[in-house]
Design a protein around this ligand. Structure first.
Ligand code: AMP
Length: 315
């Protein structure tokens, strides 16, 4: 019984020097065979890759000899009305990009492989993250992320996993996940990669029309204005600035642009828990984040103030 199972597990397609694995079993065999195991960097993605993703791979390769990337559009982090079926799927181009960047292995399972046929009995529920701005906007999102990241870590068993500051609440969540559940994985958060006008690189940017793209840098400009306000506060110990003033600074800039249809939220949150703060102080710092609609496209971005940069980006 065992031999055929193992043979099937080894069926990784190798293209351009990169191994592509579609099953959990094959990934486990690869992991067991990797020479330099305990020296593996891991970059989890949902595909539709761009330079932001590649920057994570580049950092992973700076730290590790072997880099595994995953491509999996995780259904459990999509809510009703968020169109899972429309999420861009560009597997061939993604594999080419990852091969050119130096990735050794791509783990690209389908949903059935990851979740099986039956509704799973267990998932990972992050306490209180549902009350964060992004959690209120997307009720199932953080449970889906915590669950899939746990599954991927168990399957790939990396030394270090690399995430982008672009999805800052996800970074805070994953840092707490490995701490709270004693997972033997180091988390490295990489700074957000941006276009020249400040727009954070994202697979969703492709859906902006020319007019929307021309003004999309306004989101980063607004967050930078809010950050500047915080940093201009007097430096004596205990000085703080009210969240309402910080939010107003960001919204003032966003309202200058008529194409910004809806400001979903501007959040001023603690770097440890993503809980909303009443005031921002230099000692604690803050994560200032926002979600806006530009036409039909939902854009998110964030900036880190004071200690938040140390808490989130120091690995
Ligand atoms: P996704 O495929 O959107 O789930 O993203 C996979 C990883 O890439 C996540 O850790 C993201 O935070 C990260 N990422 C996405 N966009 C950027 C960017 N512009 N700069 C740096 N990292 C990014």
């Amino acid at each position: 019984m065992r031999a055929p199972r193992c043979r099937r597990a080894l069926e990784g397609v190798s293209r351009r020097g990169i191994t592509i694995l579609r099953t959990v079993e094959a990934m486990r065999v690869y992991q067991a065979q990797a020479h330099s195991w305990r020296d593996v960097g891991f970059v989890p993605t949902m595909g539709a890759l761009h330079a932001g993703h590649v920057s994570l791979v580049t950092e992973a390769l700076r730290q590790h000899n072997t880099v595994v990337a995953s491509i999996f559009v995780n259904p459990t982090q999509f809510g009703a009305g968020e169109d899972l079926d429309k999420y861009p799927r560009t597997l061939d181009a993604d594999i080419q990009m990852l091969a050119a960047a130096g990735v050794s292995c791509v783990f690209a399972p389908d949903s059935r492989e990851m979740y099986g046929e039956e509704t799973p009995l267990c998932h990972v529920e992050p306490r209180a993250f549902g009350d964060t701005c992004e959690g209120l906007a997307r009720p199932d999102f953080f449970r889906g992320v915590a669950t899939v990241v746990t599954k991927l870590f168990n399957i790939v068993q990396p030394t270090t996993a690399f995430f982008g500051q672009k999805d800052v609440a996800q970074c805070v969540l994953v840092q707490r996940l490995v701490q709270d559940l004693n997972m033997a994985v180091r988390i490295h958060v990489c700074e957000t990669m941006r276009d020249a006008d400040g727009l954070a690189k994202s697979s969703r940017n492709a859906y902006l029309n020319d007019g929307e793209r021309r003004v999309a840098g306004i989101l980063y400009k607004a967050l930078s204005a809010a950050k500047l306000l915080c940093e201009q506060q007097p430096s004596q110990l205990g000085a703080s600035i009210s969240r309402l003033d910080v939010i107003a600074a960001a919204e003032r800039t966003l309202r200058q642009e008529p194409l910004v249809g809806n400001i979903e939220y501007v959040s001023v949150a603690s770097p440890r828990h993503m809980r909303e703060l009443d005031t921002v102080s230099r000692e604690e710092g803050a994560v200032i984040s926002a979600a806006v609609r530009l036409g039909s496209v939902r854009l998110i971005d964030n900036v880190l103030v004071g200690r938040a940069a140390i808490d989130i980006l120091t690995n």
